[in-house]
Design a protein around this ligand. Structure first.
Ligand code: HPA
Ligand code: MG
Length: 214
């Protein structure tokens, strides 16, 4: 993993410092990563990724959580130059990954792409774009599955990496922020489909957990 911003357990900002959606007034504890900082960090992730590029990139967005990150990362990547100082040809894929719980440690994932789509990965340089790596199990299983289609390379960029004892120690090539072992929402990360419409990444409050429990 290249350098990333390490957010400590008690880091963050009081809610009063930001304009937040009023419908979440009681549902957040603090802002952990302000939207502006997310955007600034993505610019650097794009530069780091571009510096390692030699070939066209097939960028795979892991839905739904990564879609905001993906859009902003691609926006930045389009403006970057590769090692030969050329612009980088990009194509996009959108995948939904479902992990099956209660399986063996290798994990098992269902990927919402046809066999035909996945066969087209042969010989390509894949860049998997994820919102958050928590235990790492889903990503490890996804990579194992994609390898069967013989891409030339697989790199993973995750906006967030959770520092949790539940981690399987998987670490992606590029990480935006290492975060404490807390449940975070916003910037398209959800809690039961809520909070995707919040710009900042924030820590959910007890009230929020209860209000949106299923
Ligand atoms: N927030 C949202 N989705 C998640 C998280 C989180 O903290 N961890 C794993 N999926
Ligand atoms: Mg995700």
């Amino acid at each position: 993993m290249t350098q990333c911003i390490d957010i400590k357990d008690n880091d963050g900002y009081d809610l009063e410092n930001f304009v937040l959606p009023t419908h979440y007034a009681r549902d957040l504890e603090r802002v952990l990563i302000p939207y502006g900082l997310i955007r600034d960090r993505i610019e650097k992730l794009a530069a780091d990724i571009a510096a390692d590029c030699t070939n066209p990139v097939v960028a795979c967005c892991v839905l739904k959580g990564a879609h905001g990150f993906f859009a902003h990362l691609m926006e930045s990547l389009k403006k970057q130059k590769d090692r030969k100082a050329e612009s980088i040809p990009l194509s996009f894929e959108f995948i939904k990954v479902k992990s099956y719980e209660n399986t063996e440690s290798t994990g098992n994932v269902y990927i919402s792409l046809s066999e035909e789509d996945m066969k087209s990965f042969k010989g390509k340089d894949l860049l998997i774009c994820e919102d958050i790596i928590d235990t790492g199990r889903t990503m490890v299983a996804l990579i194992e599955k994609l390898k069967k289609y013989e891409p030339a390379s697989i790199r993973v960029v995750s906006l967030l990496l959770k520092k949790t004892p539940r981690s399987n120690q998987y670490v992606p090539e590029y990480v935006g922020f290492a975060i404490p072992d807390l449940f975070v929402v916003g910037y398209c990360l959800d809690y039961n489909e809520h909070f995707r419409d919040l710009d900042h990444i924030a820590v959910i409050s007890e009230h929020g957990k209860q209000a949106y429990a299923v």
